[in-house]
Design a protein around this ligand. Sequence first.
Ligand code: PLP
Length: 403
Amino acid sequence: SFPPDVVPQAPEDPLFGLMAAYRADPFDKKVDLGIGAYRDNDAKPWVLPVVKKILRNDPALNHEYLPISGLESFTSAAAKLILGADSPALLEKRAHSIQTISGTGAVHLGALFLKRFYPGQPSVYFSSPTWANHNQIFSNIGIPIQTYPYFSKATKGLDFDGMKQAIAAAPDRSIILLHACAHNPTGVDPTQDQWRELAALLKQKSHFPFFDCAYQGFASGDLARDAWAIRYFVSQGFELCIAQSFAKNFGLYGERAGAFHFVTGPSPDAAKTISRIGSQLQQLQRSEISNPPAYGARIASLILNDATLFAEWEANLREMSGRIISMRQALRARLEELGTPGTWNHITDQIGMFSFTGLSETQVRELRDVAHVYMTKNGRISMAGLNTHNLEYFARAVDRVVR
Ligand code: PLP
């Protein structure tokens, strides 16, 4: 009853396929620059020291269900972390926060809510390119997808004019998906002045900003700086939503700790509006996952709500972001010393987990076939996969394929 024309074979997920190929490769100098997960200088997953400490002290509570909205001490701390403790949205009680299955679940819940309730069946606008899963999540839910230019191949930086033109040309009240910081896959973020311009433009068009924030604190090492764009938009009175992931910044990838926040604009009815919105989010959550997973949220909550642990976490964040930034500097310097054709300033101009190298699909293929270097075919590398042991090998391999 399910013949191939009814249920065709789905394509393998490109990223997870890449990981499998890397694991199967017996070559001793192979390099994994695919998956967006932090690795230490020995290419090993890193359990944050502050998280390890919590695990030792974990009183092993019990395994009861969390409430539908998740762990309250976690969601309230998550809201403060992203919006700022003094956010007008929190002081005026016009934000609703709900725990989700990490960032992916938050994007999904937000999309589901907008599909059901956003008037006028608008399209969502993604940066071109964007995190591949955005396309799948929104198309599964049935929200039409459009794109705005983002990455300039010429400068390997932001195509700001193209971005603004597309956002200005979109029908009023469109949904505009924005990466809060450390854009995936390009590593290119707007400057604060550019964010101000974007906010003015979105306001003028009555667009709805949907922020995806998967790298707070991981990008610059500074939690407030990485949340700046979101806080600025909130200060401008926007109604908006935020998908927040704790996968990267706590190293809790598989524990699926995240939150979805909806902020309604300032108005005399804001408290009632947010209460209605919150009730619908809870109902959607109940039918989707019943209630979210407890383990990762408990760990994050303990750290977020304790000043000493919080400070240790910030130090851990600076260690991760600092190592990545130093790898950016080292890679750029080495390619420049080798005289590798092209310009390499974009490696240090870009920020966060990824760098969009500008390598072509053919060059990526050659790197894999000849040098056992694994990266996505769009030329993106996970900077965390580089370390002091493999940087020279990788730089020389790039030099070879570019010449
Ligand atoms: N959004 C972006 C832009 C991402 O890069 C990621 C992870 O790679 C996510 C969301 C969600 O990740 P997770 O579901 O693991 O929190």
